[in-house]
Design a binder for this molecule. Structure first.
Ligand code: NAD
Length: 503
């Protein structure tokens, strides 16, 4: 196993001085120290980004795409080391750490293609000798604020798209995972060097990384020179960001908490449903925004399913995420373990029956780490605690009789990120996907709620914030739309037949 100091060296990082101490969720050891930026540093980064924007917005999009192509190549080379660093710093198991870097590579590939497809529209004009079109221009500096649980992928979903759209990026990663962010900056600089060596002009300030706490995020959010703030994290964070950005009439793209459900009907393939439940409820130790938190099962099959699930939960390998046999790694910190235990106690006080798990996992786990046994709790109804996102592996199970009732429960929480149904009945599946079905940004059939691909637009409704990033036409968030009308006639007719003749 590579030592953390060796991993850091691969990215020219030492982590030997500074006021921010970063601890490993795996065993509580000190990963390293870093100097913190403060709110005052935001001004310098914004100025550098504005200077970069002057050059980058004039660079043809396919040339901008070439930089992102090189970034994808450098990420391929760095995949093993960066994946291992993700695991070391945020605790997700090795294959998920690598998967996260693969997602970065995928979005780079997507963005390279996109760089030749920033399509606008031509529009029919009502006036003779006129035509109209809709054109997309670069928007300007994009601030990216990211959460600890996808410490590198979220940056790339934003940055790869922003770069081809012509925008510089200022990134404030989670203060819990700063080393992976600095490693990404190093990988980006490798790509930048190759881009410049090939004779292209790549301005300084195209990417700045600011290591800091909430105050740095707030300074970015309140900076009028930043037209777009893309913020990923908890609902309280998003609420604050949305209000601050709105106050200055800026634009925010919010990717906030989820509270994702799976409906299992009597027509489901139960073996498939079981596998999907296990990955989406306990994978990443329940620390995905798309983790499965609510299982809504038909009453006739619930007891059997819960019994089987509880058996599988008993054999989950919990431990060091760098060990290839581990399926459940640690939570990010002790606070997260306590929040999980608190939610379990609250659920019990609201009539919940703890079926299994919920305690600290001690056997076979490294000392000093934050390991919890994933919990299953049967709830008599979808009570208050079930409507709250606890960022930990707790699965609440509720039953239903009629599918309409299950869909109503799916929708009756404040969040609206991901959802799914397991059924082999086409009527049930189509109802769930229809306009009276799931109200979430993501709706799946016979696939768990977590583990999205980059090709689709990612995000959710209601308290999840309404933002969309990654694939499809999410790129439009990163550009400004301009409607153009061109008069190639010798007349000056007004629209809607208005007459305004001057003698
Ligand atoms: P968090 O809200 O504590 O922090 C996220 C980031 O926001 C950090 O960088 C933090 O420093 C910054 N921040 C906090 N308050 C701020 C403020 N007022 N102004 C500006 N910046 C501020 O979240 P976390 O604990 O790191 O991550 C877990 C949460 O993120 C969960 O709720 C999860 O569902 C959500 N999440 C959502 C998505 C998504 O795409 N929808 C993806 C990953 C995580």
């Amino acid at each position: 196993m590579t030592k953390i100091s060796d991993l850091l060296k691969k990215f020219d990082l030492t982590g030997d001085k500074g006021g921010l101490e970063v601890f490993s969720p795996i065993d509580g050891s000190l990963i390293g120290k870093l100097e913190m930026n403060t709110a005052k540093d935001v001004d310098g980064s914004v100025k550098k980004a504005e200077a970069a924007f002057d050059i980058w917005k004039k660079t043809p999009p396919p040339i901008r795409g070439e930089l992102v192509r090189l970034l994808g190549e450098e990420l391929r080379k760095a995949k093993d080391d960066l994946g291992a660093l993700v695991t070391a710093e945020c605790g997700k198991i090795a294959s998920e750490g690598l998967g996260e870097v693969q997602e970065m590579i995928d979005i780079c590939d997507f963005a390279v293609g996109l760089s030749r497809q920033l399509y606008g529209l031509t529009i029919a004009s009502e006036r003779p000798g006129h035509h109209m079109r809709e054109v997309w221009h670069p928007a300007g500096t994009v601030a990216v604020i990211s959460a600890f649980n996808f410490p590198v992928a979220v940056w790339s979903w934003n940055a790869a798209i922003a770069f081809v759209c012509g925008d510089p990026v200022i990134w404030k990663p989670s203060e819990k995972t700063p080393f992976t962010a600095l490693a990404c900056q190093v990988v980006f600089e490798r790509a930048l060097k190759r881009f410049r060596d090939a004779g292209h002009d790549a301005p300084e300030g195209l990417l700045s990384v600011l290591i800091g706490a909430k105050d740095v995020g707030e300074a970015l959010v309140n900076d009028e020179r930043v037209p777009l703030v893309s913020a990923t994290g908890s609902v309280p964070m998003g609420r604050a960001v949305a209000q601050d950005v709105a106050k200055r009439l800026g634009r925010s793209l919010l990717e906030l908490g989820g509270n994702n459900a799976m409906i299992v009907t009597p027509a489901a393939d139960l073996d498939m449903a079981m596998r999907a439940i296990l990955f989406s409820a306990v994978g990443t130790a329940g620390q995905r925004c798309t983790s499965l938190r609510r299982l809504i099962v038909h009453k006739d099959i619930a007891d059997d399913l819960v019994e089987k699930l509880s058996k599988s939960y008993g054999s989950l390998r919990i431990g060091d995420p760098l060990d290839k046999d581990t399926l459940v790694g640690p939570l990010i910190d002790d606070e997260a373990c306590k929040a999980m235990q608190h939610s379990i106690e609250t659920a019990k006080s609201q009539g919940g029956e703890l079926i299994c798990g919920g305690e600290r996992a001690k056997d076979g786990t490294p000392d000093g780490g934050h390991y919890m046994k994933p919990a299953i709790i049967k709830m008599p109804k979808q009570d208050e605690i079930v409507c709250h996102e606890t960022f930990a592996p707790i699965l609440y199970v509720m039953t239903y009789s009629e599918l309409d009732e299950a869909i109503e429960m799916n929708n009756a929480v404040p969040q609206g990120l991901s959802s799914c149904i397991f059924t082999t009945d086409i009527r049930e599946a189509e109802l769930f996907l229809s306009s009276v079905g799931s109200d979430c940004g993501i709706a799946n059939v016979n696939i768990g709620p977590s583990g999205a691909e980059i090709g689709g637009a990612f995000g959710g409704e209601k308290e999840t914030g309404g933002g969309r990033e990654s694939g499809s036409d999410a790129w439009k968030f990163y550009m400004r739309r301009q409607t153009q009308t061109i008069n190639y006639s010798k007349e000056l007719p007004l629209a809607q037949g208005v007459k305004f003749d001057v003698e």
